[in-house]
Design a protein around this ligand. Structure first.
Ligand SMILES: [Zn+2]
Length: 171
């Protein structure tokens, strides 16, 4: 959940602050990720995730609530998810608010964008960087998903949505 939360600001910023603010801002900064991003992630994990997974995937709500109850390791996990997300975003974006408000987001240009920028066209560089990053991430995630599916003949859905704790807690 932590690695998902930073992007909830993208549609919001795009719809309400288009032309005023970039579509990555507070939740893609270190300060935002370890404060607001982490708090939102904890809230969603503890209160919404058990409801959604039990409604959509028919998992045992009581068991998921127990697994998703607040703990220091859950808070740390949520914070790390937020941080990994913003670090993963840096190479493929033409601006990065990671050090906002200390460094202007437009002064941090992703390395992939620079590599793919030809004749100063950063928009085209951004497009190629996104495509390359998407291919790379889809390949890595696809391999990991295949491993999980092959290794877990039972409780695949639970394993994907909750992790190993769900199947362990069943015994
Ligand atoms: Zn992002």
């Amino acid at each position: 959940m932590g690695s998902f939360i930073p992007d909830i600001e993208v549609p919001f910023l795009f719809l309400f602050f288009s032309g005023v603010l970039p579509d990555h801002f507070l939740l893609h900064s270190l300060i935002g990720a370890v404060t607001i991003g982490t708090i939102i992630s904890i809230f969603v994990t503890v209160y919404l995730y058990p409801i959604l997974t039990s409604l959509l995937f028919h998992l045992d709500k009581v068991k998921i609530k127990e697994i998703c109850r607040f703990s220091p390791s859950l808070a740390l996990s949520c914070m790390l998810g937020n941080l990994f997300h913003i670090f993963l975003d840096i190479p493929m974006h033409p601006f990065n608010p990671v050090l906002w408000p200390f460094v202007d987001p437009y002064n941090i240009v992703g390395i992939l964008v620079l590599i793919f920028t030809k004749e100063g066209d950063t928009i085209l560089g951004f497009l190629y960087a996104r495509i390359m990053a998407n291919i790379l991430m889809t390949t890595i995630m696809g391999i990991l998903l295949t491993v999980i599916i092959v290794k877990n003949k039972e409780n695949r859905g639970e394993r994907l949505l909750i992790g190993k704790f769900y199947s362990n807690s069943k015994t």
